[in-house]
Design a protein around this ligand. Structure first.
Ligand code: NAP
Ligand code: MG
Length: 495
């Protein structure tokens, strides 16, 4: 049996020649300005490749390609069954190239390759299949308009969809935004994060091989101000689907208001509460789940970063969480047993360390708190746990997006719910209890797009994902995702 060990991944990484050019109208092209930037591997500091540093001119070219393909009908007006077949082919190609995709993701943003390969890629293949299969099973409506009238209510593709995504799950986010949009018949312009363009560009290669017509899928790499902003302000983009920080999400609302009132769908930040009641049946399982806050280096919007524990079990429970945190000792992301890789870059690692320093001034450091150097890179941070946190401490209010857990004690259910909801965010929440009434009562009271009971961070193509309050609007995943990428057309026929 093939053993994917450190040597295997290291050798394979050395043979990769990642694409760094933009993908516009079915071709890989340099930026019009010919500018490039150095794309680095955060786990070693080495330059992986030069990536096109695009700007307004490249965005314009991509939008023209997208618009032309959309209006021609080569994709937008073929039958949903034909689109399904092509997208299923794409799923097959993603599966075929899973190793390369996982490795590119790991090299680009520091996550453990075996997590990407063993867990994320198989899920993504299923995700693409799920949306491909869904599209020719959706029926439109006929209104009860009475004799002599036929009122048809149909869902049409919107047109040109701009997708702007972050670096924490580069391929997941690219797929979440573009596959439902493509399935519905739109043409797409995708901007990956500056730190992590490689899997989006590899996806473009597979899109072409699958037979999606030229111009339907475009990728424009570059910086937020040079590419994201002109997309947000573009007069010929009909919709922006954004995942990223709340700060930049707000900018997209502004861009829309000052341009063409394009639709803006936002999946933004989070500071998710995880409430553990003393009546929890399996405290070990709850502690293992709580330690998942360190998954993906803690760079997850929906991560359960505020652990609210009932005071009577706090010490016992916290000891268990600390024990489970050991599994996330930072290691070389290419090591097959690594569960925690490098922070995405030095700037972000600095920012996370600033939060840790702020935490040390206000709360009690229980575990970690240090930066580590591995393979010459200083971008590794230990799993860090703070006890005796108050909900008004900096580390309980701001999204850190790193491996930092804040523990807050509570005495009553009412107090737990109040603390949990005392945040500007509302993406995800968790409750651990064996009391069924309490599970329902607390789930109903929590202000979040998703509440997981006796589990954390439950995400699947089967159910909607997204937030309330300043975590954003709209929903990815499930059939509801199509609501973002279609508009309702009424055709009223008198006869
Ligand atoms: P970010 O700074 O908001 O960036 C997201 C995207 O927006 C990137 O492609 C970025 O380009 C672009 N951008 C930056 N400044 C821009 C501007 N002025 N105008 C237009 N576009 C601009 O977020 P990030 O640091 O990459 O990712 C971390 C954030 O994403 C966290 O807040 C996290 O909660 C959020 N997130 C949310 C979800 C969710 O589903 N709710 C999922 C994952 C991540 P550059 O790369 O060039 O800066
Ligand atoms: Mg990178």
């Amino acid at each position: 049996m093939l053993e994917r060990n450190l040597g295997y991944w290291t050798e394979r990484a050395a043979t990769l020649r990642p694409e760094g050019r933009a993908f516009i109208a079915g071709e890989f092209v340099n930026a019009v300005s010919a500018a490039t930037y150095e794309n680095r591997n955060p786990a070693t500091g080495a330059v992986i490749n030069l990536v096109a540093s695009c700007d307004q001119l490249d965005v314009d070219a991509a939008v023209v390609a997208a618009r032309t393909s959309f209006e021609s009908g080569v994709w937008s007006r073929i039958t949903p069954t034909e689109r399904k077949k092509t997208l299923l082919k794409l799923a097959e190609l993603i599966e075929r190239d899973s190793e390369d995709l996982a490795l590119l993701e790991s090299l680009d943003m520091g996550k453990p390759v075996s997590v990407a390969f063993g867990y994320e890629l198989p899920e993504l293949v299923e995700y693409v299949r799920w949306f491909s299969e869904a599209i020719d099973k959706l029926y439109d409506e006929v209104a009860p308009a009475g004799e002599g009238n036929l009122a048809l209510i149909r869902r049409e593709p919107i047109g040109v969809v701009g997708a702007v995504v972050p670096w924490n799950f580069p391929l997941d986010m690219a797929i979440w935004k573009t596959i439902p949009a493509l399935a519905a018949g739109n043409s797409v312009v995708l901007k990956p994060a500056e730190q992590s363009p490689l899997t989006a560009l590899k996806l473009a290669e597979l899109v072409k091989e699958a037979g999606i017509p030229d111009g339907v899928f475009n990728v424009v790499p570059g910086f937020g101000s040079a590419v994201g902003r002109p997309m947000g302000l573009h007069m010929d983009i009909d919709c922006i689907a954004f995942t990223g920080s709340t700060e930049v999400g707000k900018m997209f609302l502004g861009y829309s208001a000052s341009s063409n009132m394009k639709l803006v769908w936002l999946e933004c930040g989070g500071k998710s509460p995880n409430i553990v009641f003393a009546d929890t049946e399996n405290l070990d399982a709850a502690a293992e789940a709580a330690a998942k806050v360190f998954y993906n280096q803690g760079e997850i919007c929906s991560s359960p970063t505020r652990l609210l524990v009932e005071r009577s079990i706090k010490d016992v429970f916290v000891t268990k969480v600390v024990a489970h945190a050991a599994a996330y000792r930072p290691r070389d992301p290419l090591h097959p047993e690594s569960m925690m890789g490098a922070m995405v870059d030095g700037n972000h690692a600095n920012r996370v360390m600033e939060f840790i320093e702020a935490g040390k001034k206000q709360a009690r450091l229980l575990l970690g708190g240090n930066r580590l150097t591995i393979n010459g890179s200083e971008n590794f941070i230990e799993p860090t746990i703070f006890d005796e946190v108050q909900n008004d401490h900096v580390i309980a209010r701001d999204e850190i997006f790193g491996p930092v857990l804040a523990i807050i004690a509570f005495d009553t259910e009412e107090e737990a719910v109040r603390i949990a909801n005392d945040t500007v965010y509302g993406l995800m929440a968790s409750v651990f209890t064996s009391n069924l009434s309490r599970a329902h009562r607390v789930s109903n009271a929590l202000k979040a797009g998703t509440v997981a009971v006796n589990a954390v961070d439950m995400i699947s193509p089967l159910v909607p994902f997204g937030g309330v309050k300043q975590s954003g609007n709209g929903r990815d995943n499930s059939l509801h995702a199509f609501e973002k990428y279609t508009s309702l057309k009424t055709t009223w026929i008198k006869y």
